[in-house]
Design a protein around this ligand. Structure first.
Ligand code: NAD
Length: 340
């Protein structure tokens, strides 16, 4: 049964809302909507949402989405009046996400994508909610050439390699979304996110920018896992949040590539970090880790045409904001987060 909102504010569900992207999304959504954030803190952190916990239009549920959930049963959601108002929008981000976690949580990663996505799609089905599913550039696999990927590219993937739990999990999840859309005639959208960075990225997960900043701040060697010519793209978090909000509002269902198409040698980015942090840290290269992969470049023509979106924050500006955030953290917190 389709339920029209009876309050001024929509009910919006964010899964994985205590993670890096999800917490920034919650910050933005809570300005105009009532936000339910579900997370099990597998790779997210309470630190990311602490400031929201007292907000009257924000509710956090600690739940593993691989298990079903009935929102109408939960006393803490009473103010959301779910039985009457339903859930208008869902942003589905819950999935362990970081190169190192694929080694640590392979089964959890597969289950979050399979059972987790199914449980979230069942919520969308029950309330006829609009949904944005966050997929990834990883579904394209290893780049075969330097050309940018359009959404029509099918990918080149090792189905049983060290990253397969993530790559194949995400491919399955996309298929589930598309088949729910067709079978139940729902407004379900797919965003294919490329490398994104900014404040609140986890410090222990092997992603480039927080690793570079932490090591530079500590005056340690800044290690690049790969070869000297390796390149990547870097989208700043505020640009990504704007893209996800626009996708939800649009009539486009995707898949839509979202990322920054500017390509940088990773060594140059590490060098900029060292310069902005202001320590004499040294760059070193080490062999690529088995669970990391070369990064492809997004073709964002579709996002430009259908969402009127393209990234606007220059890399240097994003790096400075990320460094300021990390420098602003108390040293003990920074070190504790690094050790988790
Ligand atoms: P993140 O790890 O910071 O956030 C994911 C959140 O999901 C975490 O808070 C984690 O605790 C939660 N989670 C994991 N399994 C769960 C489960 N079973 N039940 C409930 N919560 C669960 O990652 P992120 O960078 O914020 O990524 C968000 C989404 O965007 C992910 O789906 C990711 O695959 C996708 N994505 C991110 C990037 C990027 O560059 N950050 C790139 C491509 C795709």
């Amino acid at each position: 049964m389709k339920r029209k909102p009876i309050f001024e504010r929509k009910n919006v569900l964010v899964t994985g809302g205590a993670g890096f992207i999800g917490s920034h999304l919650c910050d933005e959504l809570v300005k105009t909507a009532k936000v339910i954030c579900i997370d099990n803190f597998l790779t997210g952190s309470e630190e990311n949402i602490n400031h929201l916990l007292k907000h009257p239009d924000f509710e956090f549920l600690n739940h593993d989405l691989s298990e079903p959930i009935n929102l109408e049963d939960l006393p803490e959601l009473k103010p959301f009046q779910i039985a009457f108002q339903g859930v208008q929008e869902i942003y589905h981000l819950a999935c362990p996400t970081s190169p190192k976690e694929y080694n640590r949580y392979p089964i959890e990663t597969l289950l979050a994508n399979a059972h987790g996505t199914r449980n979230v799609l069942e919520i969308a089905r029950k309330y006829e909610s609009k949904l944005v599913h966050t997929s990834t550039s990883a579904i394209y696999g290893e780049p075969l050439e330097n050309a940018a990927y359009p959404e029509t590219y099918w990918g080149y993937i090792d189905p049983i390699g060290p990253r397969s739990c993530y790559n194949e999990g995400k491919r399955f999840a996309e298929s589930l979304v598309v088949n729910y859309r067709q079978k139940f005639k729902l407004d379900l959208k797919i965003a294919r996110i490329f490398n994104t960075f900014g404040p609140r990225m986890k410090l222990t997960d092997g992603r480039m920018i927080p690793d570079f900043v932490y090591n530079a701040m500590k005056g340690k060697d800044v290690v690049i896992y790969g070869e000297e010519g390796d390149t990547s793209t870097f989208c700043y978090i505020s640009d990504m949040i704007e893209a996800l909000l626009r996708l939800m509002k649009s009539h486009e269902q995707g898949p839509v590539n979202l990322g920054n198409p500017e390509v940088y040698p990773i060594g140059d980015v590490a060098q900029k970090v060292v310069e902005f942090v202001g320590t004499p840290a040294k760059l070193t290269y080490e062999p690529r880790l088995p669970f990391t992969a070369r990064q492809g470049v997004p073709d964002i023509s579709l996002a430009k045409e259908k969402l009127g979106w393209f990234p606007v924050v220059p890399l240097e500006e994003g790096l400075k904001r990320t460094i300021d955030y990390m420098k602003g953290m108390p040293a003990v917190t920074l070190d504790a987060l690094r050790k988790e």
